[in-house]
Design a protein around this ligand. Structure first.
Ligand code: FAD
Length: 404
C-alpha cells in the first residue's frame, strides 16, 4: 500500500474518532485520523461527565478530576430530590483534554496515524474506493480509502457533504467554569424551571481543585428568542439559589451544540457516521461520549470483516449496522418521549407537582434502585407503571411509542 492509500480514514479525532481508530487499528487495518485543530482535546465544550462504563473501557483514570455519588435535583419552586447515595459512585468528571488525548494516544499505540491541522476539502465515493482531497497544514493532497468514517462532531462535514440528514434535535449548551460555588462534595446540583433551562435543566458539577462547571441547555424552540447565556444569568440571580452563586468567580466560558436524534442515513456507499456526527448524544443528559463508544463497539467484528473483504457498499454497511443502530435509535426515541412527558413539555406548575411525587420516600427508593444515567428508559417506564400519580400520564404518553 502507498502512503496515500488507507483502509479507513476517520474525519475528527475526538473521543469517538479516537475510539473507532483504536478498535480498527487493533484489528490490523491501516487507519488515518484527520483532525482540523493543531491539538487534540481543544477547544472543548463539555461538562466532562463520563459514565463508569465508558471510563473503564478506556482505563484513563489519570483524567479523572472528581468522582460523583449523586445529584441534588431542584424543582422549579425548590423541591429537592436527592438521587444517589454517599460513597456509591455514579459517575466521573474528567478533564476532557486529558481524556481525548488519552483516547487518541491509544489509537496511535494501536497503529493508527494522526494528521493534525488537516481537514477534507472534497470527496468522491465510487465502487473502488473513496478519493479525498485533504488540506494538510495548508497543502493539498489526494488520498484514497476503502472506508470513510465521519466522527467530526455536531456540525459534521462528512454528514453535510454526503447529505445524510440532520439530527432530530440540536440543543444549545452554555457552560462557565467558576471558583467559589457553595456545593456539596461528591454531589452535583441540577436546577429546573422555564426561566433557567426551558424544558431541560441547569447543572453545577464539581470539577476539581475547588472549581465547578455551571451549565444550561435547551432547544432554540423552547428558548423562544432568549439566549442560553440569559438563562445562565437567570440561574445565578434566581431568588431561591442566588446565595450559592454570590461568591463565584468565572474563569472560563464555553458554548456548543448537542446533537441528539440519530440522523436518517448513518451510512452510504463506503461512508459511515459515528458519535455526534450521527446525532448520538443522549436526549436526557446530553452525554455523547458513552453512545459514541457503544456505537462502534457494537459493529466491530462485521465491520472489520467487511473492510478486509472490501464489501463496503451502502447495502453491505446497512446489513452490518441496521440491528445495532436501530436498537440505539429506539432507545434514544423512547428516552426523548419520556423526557418530554415528564420534564420537557411540562409547565412549571405541573413540574412542581412531579417533583413533589419524586420526593416521596417510596418514589425516591424506586429512583435510586432503577435510576441509571446510562439507561433512563427503565426508570421512566417504572415511574409510569408503579407510581399511581404518574399512571394517567402513561395513557397520555402515546403508549405505542413507549411500550412497543
Ligand atoms: C456544554 C456541553 C456539555 C456537555 N457535557 C457532556 C458530558 O458531561 N458528558 C458527555 O458525555 N458529553 C457531553 N457533551 C457532549 C460531548 O461533548 C459530545 O457528545 C462528544 O464530545 C462527542 O464526541 P465526538 O468524538 O463524536 O465529537 P467531538 O468531540 O465533537 O469531536 C469531533 C472532532 O472532529 C474534529 N473535526 C470537526 N470537523 C472536522 C473536519 N472537517 N476535519 C477534521 N476534523 C474535524 C473536531 O475538531 C473534534 O476534534 C456536552 C456538550 C456540550 C456542548
Amino acid at each position: 500500500m502507498k502512503g496515500t492509500e488507507w483502509d479507513v480514514i476517520i474525519v475528527g479525532a475526538g473521543p469517538t474518532g479516537g475510539r473507532a481508530a483504536t478498535h480498527l487499528s487493533s484489528l490490523g487495518h491501516r487507519v488515518l485520523m484527520l483532525e482540523e485543530h493543531s491539538e487534540i482535546g481543544r477547544p472543548f465544550q463539555c461538562a466532562g461527565l463520563v459514565t463508569p462504563k465508558a471510563l473503564h473501557e478506556v482505563g484513563l483514570y489519570d483524567s479523572i478530576l472528581e468522582e460523583v455519588d449523586g445529584a441534588r435535583i431542584h424543582g422549579p419552586s425548590g423541591t429537592l430530590v436527592p438521587v444517589g447515595t454517599d460513597g456509591k459512585l455514579r459517575t466521573y468528571v474528567v478533564c476532557r483534554k486529558k481524556f481525548d488525548q488519552g483516547v487518541v494516544q491509544q489509537a496511535m499505540e494501536a497503529g493508527a496515524t494522526l494528521w493534525l491541522n488537516s481537514q477534507p476539502l472534497s470527496a468522491d465515493s465510487s465502487d473502488e474506493h473513496v478519493s479525498i482531497e485533504v488540506n494538510k497544514n495548508g497543502v493539498k493532497c489526494n488520498l484514497t480509502t476503502k472506508l470513510l468514517i465521519g466522527c467530526d462532531g455536531a456540525h459534521s462535514w462528512t454528514r453535510r457533504y454526503f447529505k445524510m440528514g440532520r439530527p432530530k434535535e440540536m440543543m444549545i449548551g452554555f457552560q462557565a467554569e467558576v471558583l467559589g460555588y457553595e456545593g456539596n462534595s461528591r454531589w452535583l446540583d441540577m436546577y429546573s424551571g422555564s426561566e433557567i433551562s426551558p424544558g431541560f435543566f441547569a447543572w453545577v458539577i464539581p470539577s476539581g481543585f475547588g472549581s465547578h462547571r455551571i451549565g444550561v441547555w435547551s432547544t432554540p424552540e423552547r428558548l423562544n428568542g432568549r439566549s442560553v447565556e440569559q438563562c445562565y444569568d437567570d440561574l445565578r440571580s434566581h431568588p431561591l439559589w442566588k446565595d450559592r452563586f454570590t461568591n463565584t468567580k468565572e474563569i472560563a466560558r464555553f458554548c456548543g451544540p448537542i446533537p441528539s436524534g440519530m440522523v436518517r442515513k448513518t451510512v452510504t456507499n463506503r461512508v459511515m457516521l459515528l458519535g455526534d456526527a450521527a446525532g448520538m448524544a443522549k436526549p436526557t443528559t446530553g452525554g455523547g461520549i458513552g453512545p459514541g463508544f457503544k456505537q462502534i463497539k457494537g459493529i466491530l467484528q462485521p465491520l472489520s470483516e467487511a473492510i478486509t473483504t472490501d464489501k463496503l457498499t451502502e447495502k453491505s454497511l446497512k446489513k452490518i449496522t441496521t440491528k445495532h443502530f436501530t436498537a440505539m435509535k429506539k432507545d434514544q426515541d423512547k428516552a426523548r418521549a419520556l423526557r418530554n412527558l415528564l420534564v420537557s413539555d411540562v409547565p412549571d406548575k405541573e413540574l412542581d407537582a412531579h417533583f413533589t411525587n419524586f420526593a416521596k420516600p417510596e418514589v425516591l427508593q424506586l429512583i435510586n434502585e432503577i435510576g441509571d444515567i446510562e439507561k433512563p428508559v427503565p426508570l421512566g417506564l417504572a415511574l409510569l407503571k408503579k407510581v399511581p400519580a404518574f399512571r394517567k400520564l402513561a395513557l397520555k404518553a402515546g403508549t405505542r411509542l413507549l411500550f412497543r
